[in-house]
Write a protein that binds this ligand. Structure first.
Ligand SMILES: [Zn+2]
Length: 494
């Protein structure tokens, strides 16, 4: 049969805000993703950038493109993302937890890596620690100083953004106007609001725990510096793709570009493709277990959800869409995962598939035209700016297709999972919690429960306590647990 060329991989480039054909510039594509600052647990929303970057890596592998992936670990604490001053969060955490900054950083880095493993995120090639690159950051800042891009203040060395041609292009900043915006804190002597610290000098009388000597005195590097220095050091001066959360598009990545292009001064864009994932909206009121605690993956697992259910929840939304995280959505994801695993388990073992070419060859071998069509549809979906919701729908269609033969279906499931990474080939149905969720109920059952809950609410409103207790016992017998909240009663299945 005639091999058709796969669909051209197209990605939405924040630099220019257009969906563009992706053309690798090297045999091995350099991919850099901004990683976590490790002074606390990473909450659920913080895991999305890595599942997204993992999907991108899987898409590149699917297309036969080799990747070298670098994800930094920020263990030199910066105060807050938009700030050049203030207390160091790592040092604060160390003081609070009575541990050394190194212990704090290592503990939270390991916790984050374990969460990535649980989410079946493939390990990056390198996880550089910022603390190991401070000498190189100082050298980098010296070059910028020699080239005239900086000025020094008592509070440190600053990058002069007025010297940066095209500053803020990534964020679509109106150059003249936006440079003066007051969204960052006041720094004495700073010329423009957009100027940022390359080196943060120690305040007089304050001795930081993590401190280095530099031509600008004792202190610590500015936060933006590490990503430019570590990415260039590990991927070369120019590389193809840089990813991160959408919040980085407005400031951190703008400053990474400004300092890197000033450092290189070669008239070329530093990085060609900038990809950003949107936020997960965590309903803090509903899901915070207690004040000051934000929901993380471990909490979901403790509540009986499988990490793959959270991955499925994430992939059910496009990476550039904001998605509301709710426990109802988690219940639905868990139920979908359970149905998927139950459906594919009899098809195992799945053939090993990582690339489109492998999937095509196997579908051809099975002489299954329908399977081949599904593989092509999967390719079209992932090539279209990583359309994972569409990919999931195609997988569901294939599994429901009465015409589909087992041999071809094996190939389709393996192909889909090469991109989705849901462990469809090895996750045991028993591993996925068997707890029923409202989604597992027949429509009639669910309506009956809701009717009882409403009757009980009515009885309570009429202060008919004995009737309310009666209904509660009835619900209890059905395995329904009712919780009364300020917003009214909620229920769940035990
Ligand atoms: Zn970064």
């Amino acid at each position: 049969m005639a091999w058709v060329t796969g669909h051209q991989l197209r990605l939405y480039n924040s630099l220019g805000r257009l969906t563009e054909d992706f053309a690798p510039s090297a045999d091995v594509v350099g991919l850099y993703s901004c990683g976590p600052t490790v002074y606390a647990y990473q909450h659920l929303g913080n895991m999305r950038p890595y599942v997204f970057a993992d999907t991108l890596r899987r898409a590149l592998r699917w297309k036969g493109i080799a990747v070298r992936h670098v994800v930094n670990i920020t263990d030199v604490g910066h105060a807050v993302a938009d700030s050049d001053t203030g207390e160091d969060k790592l040092e604060l955490a160390a003081a609070k937890e009575l541990r050394s900054v190194e212990e704090i950083a290592e503990f939270y880095a390991q916790d984050w890596l374990a969460a990535l493993d649980a989410l079946n995120v493939q390990r990056a090639d390198v996880y550089p620690r910022a603390s190991a690159y401070v000498d190189q950051m100082i050298e980098f800042a010296k070059v910028l100083e020699d080239k005239g891009y900086t000025y020094q203040l008592p509070s440190g060395l600053y990058f002069d953004t007025s010297k940066s041609a095209g500053y803020g292009q990534l964020a679509l900043l109106d150059l003249a106007g936006q440079r003066e915006t007051g969204r960052v804190e006041h720094v004495e002597g700073r010329r423009l609001g957009s100027d940022f610290a390359l080196w943060r000098a120690e305040e007089p009388g304050v001795r930081r725990i993590m401190r280095w000597n530099s031509p600008w005195g004792w202190g610590a590097p500015g936060w933006h510096l590490e990503c430019s220095v570590m990415s260039m050091s590990l991927l070369g001066a120019h590389f193809d793709i840089h990813t991160g959360g959408i919040d980085h598009r407005e400031l951190h990545h703008v400053n990474e570009i400004a300092q890197s292009e000033a450092f290189l001064e070669d008239g070329r864009p530093w990085v060609r493709y900038w990809l950003h994932n949107e936020f997960i909206l965590l309903d803090a009121q509903k899901i915070a277990k207690s004040a000051g605690h934000t929901l993380r993956l471990a909490d979901l697992v403790e509540s009986g959800y499988h990490p793959m259910a959270y991955r499925l929840f994430l992939l059910g939304g496009h990476y550039r869409s904001q998605v509301d995280f709710t426990m109802t959505a988690m219940d639905a994801a868990q139920a979908t995962l359970r149905r998927l695993i139950t459906r594919v388990a009899p098809l195992r073992p799945l053939p090993p598939v990582e690339t489109l070419d492998e999937a095509r060859a196997l579908a051809d071998l099975a002489d299954d035209k329908a399977a081949l069509a599904y593989v092509e549809a999967i390719d079209a979906a992932i090539a279209s700016d990583l359309a994972t919701p569409r990919l999931l729908a195609i997988l569901q269609d294939a599994l429901r297709d009465p015409e589909a033969g087992a041999e071809g279906l094996r190939v389709v499931v393996a192909a889909a999972d090469a991109l989705l990474g849901l462990r469809l080939g090895d996750l045991e149905p028993a591993e996925v919690d068997q707890r029923r969720t409202p989604d597992d109920l027949a429509p009639g059952e669910r309506a009956a429960i809701e009717r009882l809950v409403a009757e009980r609410t009515q009885a309570r409103a009429e202060k008919n306590w004995s009737r309310a207790d009666e209904i509660r016992a009835e619900l209890d017998a059905l395995g329904v647990q009712v919780t009364d909240t300020a917003a009214g009663p909620t229920w769940q299945l035990r």
